[in-house]
Design a protein around this ligand. Structure first.
Ligand code: HEM
Ligand SMILES: *[C@@H]1O[C@H](CO)[C@@H](O)[C@H](O)[C@H]1NC(C)=O
Ligand SMILES: *[C@@H]1O[C@H](CO)[C@@H](O)[C@H](O)[C@H]1NC(C)=O
Ligand SMILES: *[C@@H]1O[C@H](CO)[C@@H](O)[C@H](O)[C@H]1NC(C)=O
Ligand SMILES: *[C@@H]1O[C@H](CO)[C@@H](O)[C@H](O)[C@H]1NC(C)=O
Ligand SMILES: CC(=O)N[C@H]1CO[C@H](CO)[C@@H](O)[C@@H]1O
Length: 216
């Protein structure tokens, strides 16, 4: 069951990837400029995940959080400058882990192909490799994303759906990103892996009445 869900979910992750980018992406975008990028990302992430398997799920989640705020532009990776607060400092990012892993993959890629591959593409590849590392399926990742330069703390809460949203609110939140209710169901299969804190769901778990409501 879990695998059926995740297999379909993978198809839609590709849709998510495409829908959040205005520029056209393509498979093999770095064929000439950095032909080994996919192998480098896979090898480096596999080394990281072999030592720290619990980092795989947070990397998938990081990709989702990146894509829902300003598109899949790597802006979640940016640090705050001056007294500004970056995306990663917002509440939903408190439990996002793995920033160091993406930095590490990027530095390995930089050694081979300096200034060629975007951080946003590296994150998209790492998320795919994280799922397949955990014996989930794999999928082709169209590449060619540009990195964003803006990371705005206050855009996170208005773009990322919180855990207490009901189904109507979740559908609306995905619709804003060009994703339909089937995409919502399928992408929720991402939760096949990883951990969550009890506060995010205990209310629904213990108070759930089965009458279609998000909360009592
Ligand atoms: C539909 C709206 C979504 C909501 C409301 C939501 C909410 C959450 C929450 C509350 C957590 C637990 C965070 C924590 O307690 O540390 C979580 C974890 C996670 N989410 Fe989502 N999520 C959504 C969609 C997605 C999507 C589309 C993906 C990827 C395809 C995804 C991937 C993950 C993963 C992999 C984890 C586990 C992270 C870890 O182990 O650290 N989520 N999500
Ligand atoms: C953000 O800050 C951390 C901690 O100081 C650092 O390790 C990391 O490289 C920085 N990331 C970026 C993208 O500047
Ligand atoms: C950040 O986003 C908020 C809300 O959309 C906006 O009011 C604010 O001007 C933005 N800040 C910067 C520095 O872009
Ligand atoms: C269930 O709902 C009741 C009444 O709203 C609340 O007091 C209680 O804390 C909830 N239980 C959980 C586990 O959230
Ligand atoms: C979902 O929440 C919104 C906002 O609180 C509310 O107006 C709506 O009736 C709720 N829908 C369902 C199906 O619970
Ligand atoms: C990984 C990371 O940057 N986490 C930050 C999230 O935001 C809080 C403040 O709201 C910071 O203390 C964390 O360092």
């Amino acid at each position: 069951m879990a695998f059926k869900v995740i297999a379909v979910f993978v198809l839609f992750l590709a849709v998510l990837t495409i829908s959040c980018n205005a520029q056209s992406l393509k498979i093999g975008f770095y064929e000439k400029s950095c032909p080994n990028v996919e192998a480098i990302v896979k090898e480096t992430t596999n080394t990281i995940f072999s030592r720290a398997p619990t980092l795989a799920a947070p990397i998938l989640r990081m990709h989702f959080h990146d894509c829902f705020v300003r598109g899949c532009d790597g802006s979640i990776l940016l640090n705050a400058t001056g007294n500004g607060q970056a995306e990663k400092n917002a509440i939903p990012n408190l439990s996002v882990r793995g920033f160091g892993s993406i930095d590490r993959v990027k530095s390995v890629v930089e050694k081979k192909c300096p200034g060629v591959v975007s951080c946003a593409d590296i994150l998209a590849l790492a998320a795919r490799d994280a799922v397949s590392f955990l014996n989930g399926p794999s999928w082709k990742v169209p590449l060619g994303r540009s990195d964003g330069r803006v990371s705005n703390f206050s855009e996170v809460l208005s773009n990322l759906p919180p855990p207490f949203f009901n189904i109507t609110q979740l559908i609306a939140s995905f619709a804003v990103k060009g994703l339909n209710s089937k995409d919502l169901v399928v992408l929720s299969g991402g939760h096949t892996i990883g951990t969550s804190h009890c506060t995010s769901f205990s209310n629904r778990l213990y108070n759930f009445t089965g009458r279609g409501q998000g909360r009592p």
